[in-house]
Design a protein around this ligand. Structure first.
Ligand code: SF4
Ligand code: SF4
Length: 137
């Protein structure tokens, strides 16, 4: 049994609400983030797509850092993680990967049904948190 976060990239709109919710909820310092949202675009800024108009492309990927605790204290009290709770598109789902009724498993079944590819970052020495998966069609 493992508890995991699934990020549905096809739902992520790059709004950074997850990062801000974590910062405010966990009383983090101004320059501290436990999750940051990476833009996949031209590489020249968070709002710069790749390509030439009208063929423009960009997508976003919340990157969970090793400092993320999955809000262990809140979970103990039966409350959801700040980032997951405030995501406006319900792109985040967390739970027990062996429980078919957990939000993680339900979201995983949904994205698999839609033909999404699921992957994880190599967390070894990269500063990213283990047990985070991404799904994208
Ligand atoms: S995961 Fe949700 S809250 Fe975070 S950037 Fe994507 S859409 Fe916004
Ligand atoms: S799970 Fe909790 S600690 Fe981790 S990024 Fe989300 S709000 Fe922050």
């Amino acid at each position: 049994m493992a508890y995991k976060m699934l990020v549905d990239i096809d739902r992520c709109i790059g709004c950074w609400t997850c990062a801000m919710a974590c910062k405010v909820g966990n009383h983090l310092d101004d320059d501290e983030f436990r999750v940051e949202v990476k833009t996949h675009g031209s590489g020249q800024g968070i709002d710069r797509p790749e390509g030439v108009y009208p063929d423009l492309h960009m997508w976003w990927q919340p990157i969970y850092k090793t400092s993320c605790t999955f809000c262990a204290e809140r979970v103990k009290e039966g409350k959801p993680q700040f980032c997951m709770m405030d995501c406006p598109t319900q792109a985040l789902a967390w739970g027990d990967d062996t429980d078919p009724a957990s939000p993680y498993s339900v979201a995983k079944a949904r994205v698999e049904e839609h033909g999404a590819k699921i992957w994880a970052l190599d967390d070894a020495g990269s500063g990213t948190r283990a047990s985070v998966e991404y799904a994208r069609k």
